[in-house]
Design a protein around this ligand. Structure first.
Ligand SMILES: O=C(O)CCC(=O)C(=O)O
Length: 362
């Protein structure tokens, strides 16, 4: 299975469609009735767990009770929800705001500037408007930008936007901080699973710079018929864990829970953290990667920054042996992450079908 060099059809920028003022969306974006966002399916009176991380930040105070309480909340959120938001996580609020704003500015640059970064399905790096290469597929109402931060040999500043002028510098600083936070969460997940502190990170292919970290910035333009389409179709994240910086002004992310969609209400300067398929596999499904999707809005655009914290591409990922006791057996067959991620790159977002397909035959 190889990714083709080019898209199967000419690319249309969703932002350009939106800004053209069309009153109705083209057929290409109209979802099947069962996939459309309908209010009956939405649970608006609940939210994903909100966790204050300050007890885990080294502030010179030794408060073991608070540490245990916070660790327990994270453990429960990983097991029960696969999603949670954290505040007081140590990443400066101003840096989070600046990162979001440079990207908002990027999407409002002239078309020809953005086009100079147009991407292809070969690596996905750059400015894109579709996931998946199936000819005639129904598309999502969004554009995006995708770039690599780690490992160093995949990072190429020439493939990062040079405008607005501070963009590369801000993205470097922002991603550096998010990676540190991701590393802390990996240790917490590992300890909470009853493993050695570094065991999960080692299973990702080692510490330091060997893992994969990439950023997808999602831009959801205003949509004249939001009830007929989605900004991003339902999917679970193929990687390890995602740290999402949402748009503070416009809700849109919905998480699947008990057959309903929970609309995430982000707390100020929170990161939304979710478990990806690779941690579901490593934890032998003790932690779950959960389906989510994005709805769009008729009156407001939305920007989100999804930082994917992933294993090394060539690392074989299967259930960690220490998590398979006498009563449990390995639920998944091992696969490298490079092989695994081709699925979403070729077929686009499709619920949890891929991780389900890894289930060991019984
Ligand atoms: O925009 C969002 O809130 C979610 C984005 C997302 O799910 C993704 O980029 O995989």
């Amino acid at each position: 299975m190889n990714a083709p060099e080019d898209w199967p059809e000419p690319i249309i920028r969703v932002q350009a469609l939106s800004e053209s003022g069309i009153p109705a969306i083209p057929n290409r974006y109209i979802k099947r009735e069962s996939d459309r966002p309908i209010s009956d399916d939405v649970a608006d009176d609940v939210n994903i767990p909100l966790i204050d991380f300050s007890g885990l930040i080294d502030n010179g105070k030794d408060n073991q009770d608070l540490v245990s309480e916070t660790m327990n909340k994270i453990s429960e959120a990983c097991r029960e929800w696969g999603f949670f938001q954290i505040v007081n996580h140590g990443v400066k609020p101003e840096l989070m705001d600046r990162a979001r704003e440079v990207w908002r500015e990027f999407f409002h640059l002239p078309t020809e500037v953005k086009q100079s970064y147009a991407n292809s399905p070969k690596t996905y790096e750059g400015y894109g408007s579709r996931l998946g290469v199936e000819k005639g597929a129904v598309l999502d109402w969004s554009d995006y930008y995708f770039l690599h931060y780690l490992p160093p040999h995949l990072k190429d500043h020439n493939k990062w936007p040079a405008q607005p002028h501070s963009s590369r510098e801000v993205n470097e600083e922002y991603l550096g901080e998010v990676v540190k936070l991701g590393g802390r969460l990996m240790k917490i997940f590992s300890i909470n699973l009853g493993l050695e502190e570094d065991q999960l990170q080692d299973a990702f292919g080692g510490n330091g710079e060997d893992i994969g970290v990439c950023l997808r910035v999602n831009f959801y333009p205003k949509c004249p018929q939001p009830d007929l389409t989605l900004g991003l179709s339902s999917h679970s994240d193929p990687g390890g864990m995602t740290l999402l910086l949402p748009d503070p002004h416009v809700a849109g992310l919905q998480v699947r829970r008990d057959g309903k969609w929970v609309t995430v209400k982000p707390a100020p300067h929170a990161f939304i953290v979710n478990i990806g398929d690779q941690i579901q596999v490593l934890s032998n499904a003790i932690y779950k990667s959960v389906e989510h999707r994005v709805i769009v809005n008729p009156n407001a655009e939305r920007v989100s920054l999804a930082c994917f914290y992933n294993p090394r591409g060539d690392q074989l990922i299967g259930p960690v042996k220490d998590l398979i006791g006498e009563e449990a057996c390995p639920l998944y067959q091992p696969m490298t992450f490079d092989e695994y991620r081709l699925f979403i790159r070729l077929r686009g977002p499709s619920g949890k079908s891929q991780v389900e397909s890894l289930k060991s035959p019984r």
